[in-house]
Design a binder for this molecule. Sequence first.
Ligand SMILES: N[C@@H](CCC[C@H](N)C(=O)O)C(=O)O
Length: 285
Amino acid sequence: MRRWSFAKGHGTENDFVILLDRDGVLDLGEEEVRFLCDRHAGVGGDGVLRVVLASHVDGGDPHTWFMDYRNADGSIAEMCGNGIRVFARYLLDEGLVSGHELEIATRAGIKPIAVLPDGSVRVGMGEVRLTGEAVEVTVADGRAYDAVGVDVGNPHAVAFVADPAELAALPLWTAPSWTPAEAFPAGVNAEFVAVLGERHVAMRVYERGSGETRSCGTGTVAVAAATHARLGGSSEPAQYRVDVPGGSVEVELGEGQAWLTGPAVIVAHGEVALPGGRRHRTLED
Ligand SMILES: N[C@@H](CCC[C@H](N)C(=O)O)C(=O)O
């Protein structure tokens, strides 16, 4: 039986199964990820974070950790804004890094991280780009919303609703569809936003590969950028509070760089028997 140690953590209740695979010997396929994320037959999570040295993934720096993020359906995503904060918290708790400032490699580039005195984690998310694409997103009951495309390393479509009541009532039990289909050839994370006040919004999300989640860090950054543009915000740095079903985060929009700050906690450690007939290399191979 193939046993592997895991930890479980979350950021604003966007939850992850964390696997330490320092030397890149774990052959993690869709079957394993689906099992790990299964809330009834597995550990349960919105995604998996494999913790591996960058040198074993892309010939990167042997002293930098790489966040190998997988959605619950086993698909690979470029970036995860809540996951990277949890990843940083895990590295610190396990003594895999020292100090309160570090860099983490992702498929969307290297991200600077600072762990703040109150325990929250601040991440440099890089450039946020409004794609200018006019998209229509349709939810389960047939209601269609105009949306704007936003690139945060991964793809987002942000749609505004009239008020918090409409946001709460949105049927997000199945994936929204979008037109034109070519706007997001690799799929999209769909965020719905209600403006609550000045630089304060509430959001719900249907994540590509994971379904509706309690939070999406890259989604909150996309939402802050889209709201700022919609309200005619200046190019001066601006700070937004984004409320999600699982809590609140803060997004700072600066020139060419956005920062995301929010909680990150590890809640459990354990051992799991991985399914399937896949072969896991050992260090002796
Ligand atoms: N929950 C994440 C985003 C995870 C990836 C996303 N589902 C995708 O496929 O792009 C976040 O906190 O950013």
